[in-house]
Structure formats: structure tokens, C-alpha cells
Design a binder for this molecule. Structure first.
Ligand code: UN1
Length: 477
């Protein structure tokens, strides 16, 4: 397994040879590997390679480009056990989810390849003559992708797959905390025989390599997934330079449970939504609003499910909740729990470190948190969620919508009227009726509204909007 950058079809160390070590979240005294600490010069080399590869790549038929994606999907599938294990080792996602995510990445590649057979323009008539006027989507050129550690294969792939199939060439800066998983993607494309320079993959810090990518004038567009402050910085810098920008940022996702809901299913979905991947998903369930008549029964079902849950080593196939990715994220979650207590919240489950060495926090549930308290408003990237009571749906929707985020929202109900109101009024880009807030199908748009996103949504038919530009063509004989 290579731990170098992949630039212009070659595996190469960072300029100057600098590397960084990634610590294990399960055994923080151990490292999982040393990776290239890329500099501005490495980004320059990658963009140069991508720019050189663009003309020939853009000329290939869509279906020929798609063929490379299909071959890379097969290469990922062949090594999916190794990838899932590396993912769990380096960033702590439990193996059952790492496996699913790896296979999801292969599916995303196959889906994007199938887009080669869909329309890339529309046909009209000129109004006076009836002659042809049409639109046609064309690639942008070199695109820069900056991806997070929490979905270290799905997110890189869901950005690069449409970018490539529509004819762009790519420079991908992998997350500092999850380099190894993403390098497997580069290997899969190398195995698939992708022409040199079409996909370039770098590791290193966002503040050096990521920033250099955002600044480089040859990069036409930047797609970024990560935190709100970093994302806003990326947007401001990139738009100043005239680039197209797409951001996927945080969430503060509510789950509403009405009194007539199937409470067993709701408790299961609350557990999965709040605690799988230790709550380190921007789609995780942060607030659970339960209607008065069902509150006690839901609370009991939820706490019982937490007791049954398996917390521990991410490489154990039974584990549901693994560690936090690194020490500083762990400290932030612990501080947020302390602040939740200080502001009058009561810890009903969890709340204390669950392992001497590993960065492990158990599922943590708060009650009695005020609507304007930190935990009700700010995203805490860990296994922490709060329970609230509500009277009627007006109240639940108003409180669910009272945050600047708008990524995902769920309702559990058996009332068609309540489900319909939720679909019309919940302020989020992803709405779930009787399913958990996290999770994403590969063939439909993914993205938030309000402060959770910027620019066209990712995935599905939306992806074409970001990765192509429309030209209008008048043809007279
Ligand atoms: C999912 O819920 O499966 O970073 C996907 C995140 C999101 C992806 C969530 N951009 O958590």
C-alpha cells in the first residue's frame, strides 16, 4: 500500500520529503502510517498534470470515460476488505459501516458511469426560422476537491466520479485524518488504467495543500465538504478568484416523534442516527423532539436500546459505536458535554470516557437542555444527542427549524397529515419520513439548505450542474 501522493500517474513523496504520522483513534500511542505532508509545490505539480491531461480527457466520449469508472469500481470491490479495515484503523469508523461505505463508493462509480447514457443538453427551435438551437453541457477543466475524514471514501468518490465522467480532470486533497482510505481510490484508478494526470491525489494539511488548491488560478471549481468556518473561508477565497464553489457543511439535525409513531422503530432510528460512527456525521441526529403522550415510553425504549448497543473496538465486526477520530476532537466533545451540564442539562446516559486508552465516548443523552443552550444550537461532532418534549406539531416544527443549519430532518409518525406538513415545512435539504436522519442514496441529490450548503447539491442528477457549464448553440445551414 503506497503512502505517497499520486500525481501525473506517478507515486511520489512530498516536495522536500516531509511526512506526517497519523495516530490510531483506538490506540492513540500507535501510528497507522506516515503520509506525504504536501506543500504548495506539490499542489502546483498536481494542477499542472491535471491541466495537461484535460484536453485529451475532455475529447473522449462520455461512455469511454465512464468505462474507467466502472473498472475502478471493480478494483475497489476486489480490495474492499482491505479498504474497510484501513478506514476503521485510521479514523475509527466501525467495520460494519466501513464495509458498507466502501461498497457504496463502488456503486457511486457505477452510477456515475451510467450518466454517460443520459442527456447532456436540450434541443429547441429558433423562433423565426425553426432552425436548430440547442444547449450542451461541457466540462469546466481542472476541478479541486477537498474532502473530510468522516466519510473517507464515499465523499471523495461522490465528488470525483461525476467530475471525471463529465470530462473534467481532478486534483483531490484528502483529509489529514484519513489519508490511507483515499489513496486506495487512486490505486483503483491506476489499476483501471486511467490516463496519467486525469486524477491526482494528495495528502496533507488543509491550511497548506488545501489552501494552495483554492488559490491556484488554473483550478476552475472547488467542491468542499467540512466545517462551517473553513467552508466559508474557502468560498470567499474561491469566489474572489472567480471560481465556482460547492460547499457541504455542518448540520444540527432534528428527529420529531409524534405520539402515534411506532416507538420501537423510532428508538432504533434515533440510536443509529445519533450514535453510529460515534455521531461523526454531518447528518447525525442532534435533537430529538418527542410528543408529550409518548415521551416516557420513547425515552425508555431509547435508553434500553443504548444499553444493548455495542461500544468498542472499531475492528470488531459487532461494534456499533467506535472512538472519536483524534484527541482534539475528543476534547471538544468532552468540553461540549461539560458545557451542556453547566448550562443546566442533565445527562441521562453516557457522558464519561469509556476506555482508558482509546478515544471512546459512549452514547450520551441529555434532557432538560434549554432551546438556546449550546447543545441545542451548535454542532457537536460526537455521540451526543438531546431529548425534548413538545405539545403539538406547530411547536415541534418551529423548534426543529430554529437553527441556522438545514441539512437533514426526520419525523416518525403514522399520521399522513403530519408527515405531509413535515414535508412542506421542515427546513432541511434531506427529509426523512419514518427513517433516520443519516444515510444517503447514491442516485438522488444530497445537500443542505440554509447554512448547511452552498451551490448545487451533490450526487444524482444534481451533480451535472456543478461539474459542467452550459453553452447555447445556434446552428443555421
Ligand atoms: C450519510 O449520512 O451517509 O459529512 C452521508 C457528512 C455528510 C455525508 C453524510 N456530508 O457527514
Amino acid at each position: 500500500m503506497s503512502e505517497q501522493n499520486y500525481i501525473g500517474g506517478e507515486w511520489t513523496g512530498a516536495d522536500g520529503g516531509a511526512t506526517y504520522e497519523k495516530a490510531s483513534p483506538w490506540r492513540p500511542s500507535e501510528t497507522v502510517g506516515a503520509f506525504a505532508a504536501s506543500t504548495e509545490a506539490d499542489v502546483d505539480a498536481a494542477v499542472t498534470a491535471a491541466a495537461a491531461a484535460f484536453p485529451a480527457w475532455a475529447k473522449l466520449p462520455l461512455a469511454a470515460r465512464g468505462g474507467y469508472l466502472t473498472a475502478a469500481a471493480a478494483a475497489l470491490e476486489r480490495r474492499s476488505d482491505e479498504i474497510a479495515t484501513d478506514m476503521s484503523r485510521e479514523m475509527g469508523k466501525p467495520l460494519r459501516e466501513s464495509r458498507g461505505e466502501t461498497l457504496r463508493a463502488a456503486q457511486i462509480l457505477r452510477y456515475a458511469a451510467s450518466e454517460a447514457f443520459r442527456p447532456v443538453g436540450e434541443h429547441f427551435e429558433q423562433s423565426l426560422t425553426g432552425r436548430q438551437v440547442s444547449t450542451r453541457r461541457r466540462p469546466l477543466g481542472v476541478v479541486g476537491l477537498i474532502t473530510p475524514w468522516n466519510f473517507p471514501i464515499a465523499i471523495p468518490v461522490w465528488k470525483l466520479a461525476p467530475a471525471l465522467v463529465y470530462g473534467n480532470t481532478v486534483v483531490l486533497k484528502l483529509a489529514y485524518e484519513a489519508p490511507q482510505t483515499g489513496l486506495h481510490v487512486a490505486e483503483a484508478f491506476a489499476e483501471a488504467g486511467l490516463p496519467a494526470g486525469v486524477l491526482n491525489v494528495l495528502t496533507g494539511r488543509g491550511s497548506t495543500a488545501g489552501a494552495a488548491l483554492v488559490r491556484d488560478p488554473r483550478v476552475r471549481a472547488i467542491s468542499f465538504t467540512g466545517s462551517v468556518p473553513t467552508g466559508h473561508g474557502v468560498r470567499d477565497e474561491a469566489t474572489r478568484a472567480g471560481k465556482r464553489v460547492q460547499l457541504e457543511l455542518g448540520g444540527h439535525n432534528p428527529l420529531i416523534v409524534t405520539a402515534d409513531a411506532d416507538l420501537a422503530r423510532a428508538a432504533e432510528a434515533a440510536y443509529a442516527g445519533a450514535f453510529w460512527s460515534a455521531g461523526q456525521k454531518c447528518t447525525a441526529t442532534r435533537r430529538i423532539y418527542v410528543q408529550d403522550g409518548a415521551y416516557d415510553a420513547f425515552r425508555e425504549a431509547f435508553l434500553t436500546r443504548i444499553e444493548r448497543g455495542r461500544v468498542g473496538d472499531p475492528l470488531d465486526a459487532e461494534t456499533e459505536v467506535g472512538p472519536i477520530v483524534n484527541q482534539s476532537q475528543f476534547d471538544e466533545v468532552v468540553q461540549a458535554i461539560d458545557r451542556g451540564r453547566d448550562e443546566g442539562g442533565e445527562v441521562t446516559a453516557g457522558g464519561e470516557r469509556a476506555h482508558e486508552e482509546a478515544l471512546l465516548l459512549p452514547p450520551t443523552v441529555f434532557e432538560g437542555v434549554a432551546d438556546d443552550a449550546f447543545l441545542s444550537c451548535e454542532e457537536v461532532f460526537g455521540p451526543v444527542t438531546s431529548l425534548y418534549r413538545f405539545g403539538d406539531l406547530d411547536e415541534a416544527l418551529a423548534r426543529a427549524n430554529a437553527v441556522p443549519f438545514g441539512l437533514s430532518a426526520s419525523i416518525f409518525t403514522s399520521s399522513l397529515a403530519d408527515a405531509t406538513r413535515f414535508q412542506n415545512e421542515a427546513q432541511a435539504g434531506l427529509l426523512h419520513v419514518n427513517s433516520q436522519t443519516a444515510g444517503a442514496e447514491i442516485h438522488v441529490p444530497f445537500g443542505g439548505i440554509k447554512q448547511s450548503g452552498f451551490g448545487p447539491h451533490e450526487q444524482g442528477r444534481s451533480a451535472i450542474e456543478f461539474y459542467t457549464e452550459v453553452v447555447t448553440i445556434y446552428v443555421d445551414p
